[in-house]
Design a binder for this molecule. Sequence first.
Ligand SMILES: Cc1cc2nc3c(=O)[nH]c(=O)nc-3n(C[C@H](O)[C@H](O)[C@H](O)COP(=O)(O)OP(=O)(O)OC[C@H]3O[C@@H](n4cnc5c(N)ncnc54)[C@H](O)[C@@H]3O)c2cc1C
Length: 426
Amino acid sequence: MNIRADIVVVGSGAGGASVAKELVKQGRDVVLLEKGKLVKKVGTQIEALKYYDSLALRSSIEGFLVYSAIMGGGTTNVSCGNGMPVLGEELKDLGINLDKEFEETEREIGVSPISDRLIGRGSRLIMDVGNELGLEMQPMPKYVDAKKCNSCGFCLFGCKRGAKWTTMDYVREMHKKGGRVFYEMDVRRIAVKGGKAVGVIAVRGGKVVRVHANTVILAAGGLASPVILQNSGIDNAGKSLFVDFLNVTYGILDNKEINLAKEITMSVVSIKYLKDRGFLLSPFMFPPLVMTTITQKRKFHKLLSYDRLLGIMTKTKDDNEGEVLKNGRFHKKPTEKDNERLNEGADISKSILRKAGVKERDIFVVKPTGAHPGGSNPIGKVVDNNLKTEVDNLYVCDASVLPVSSGAPPIVTIVSLGKRLARYLN
Ligand SMILES: Cc1cc2nc3c(=O)[nH]c(=O)nc-3n(C[C@H](O)[C@H](O)[C@H](O)COP(=O)(O)OP(=O)(O)OC[C@H]3O[C@@H](n4cnc5c(N)ncnc54)[C@H](O)[C@@H]3O)c2cc1C
């Protein structure tokens, strides 16, 4: 199979769908290639495991799980709906001013502080107690339509009611305007001729597909894009991986009327310590099946009280010291400093839980995991500040270009980078 287009975009997640949609709006001939399936039914735990990469068991060589989704719309499908314009200053230092794009993205996807009605009793308890402790907790900015959301707590499985924005909205828009989209297209490498990108080589249903294009934009995410680059001869890709390591501190609450698992995920947040100490705090419940993979065996009995657990996530700006290898495996473990940030957040979370009435013996912390892989093709090293690689006509536009970890939700920033790249290519 051969496909021809002016521009080929690889990956339909935050970066890929954003740039593809904008380019189609400009009237360009764009083809979007997506490895995952077009999933129509989302919203249940078992279905969700099928589209999380490796059934949500993908881990670093050192054994730390890192979550992402392989499907139409990528990881935006399973996001918590948190929208923050992060890394603005760091990007300005690299010559990238996203002020205009941030404003446009937030307006377009509908970011606003979560409606008071959607903050459940467990989250409210954490917020009230946290504020008594001076943590300045506030409603989370969300791209969730309050009229459609019933606060079911299943954001991580994809939203059944379509209340949460995902890049599938962009994919549908680009398709309506004439853009072509191919699912189950696994891109393996970039075709390069005379130092210029001339297309990509993909595999679909066991057959090789060649896509010829004048411009190639790689947006397969923080773990996949560096592999494709390395397999295309760009050897410095894959270094400096971050994953925004997070841990969750849980406590069993006696109050049976509170069930945090049935509340919208991460409805309030404390960013008091984000800038200077590198972590934020927010109420969070991992789904039950995932809990079994990150809870120490000797604490397993506590999972029997799942419906009474109150969880607080510490999400950190981790050091970008991981590495994605050419074969797709990756190195990543918390550094000493990462552990300090994780432990400090967990200690504060324990004080919140104690003050909320949880007994010391009922508190436990699960193993660190990551959900925001990025930094593996950073601006200034693998791409320039127009997101171009050393190969002419080859660009990267996803979390892999972020220069450092934000320790906070990166989607608004990645979408904004997509808008900026489309403007640059116009
Ligand atoms: C559970 C969870 C909750 C999250 N919640 C939030 C949140 O509330 N707010 C926020 O801002 N961020 C959140 N994030 C992080 C956010 O979703 C990601 O950082 C963001 O989606 C990354 O964008 P991306 O374009 O780099 O990658 P992705 O969105 O993952 O897109 C990459 C795309 O490339 C495709 N692909 C991969 N390999 C290939 C290949 N070889 N060929 C073709 N296509 C390929 C994938 O299927 C995918 O569609 C969350 C992440 C997780 C895991």
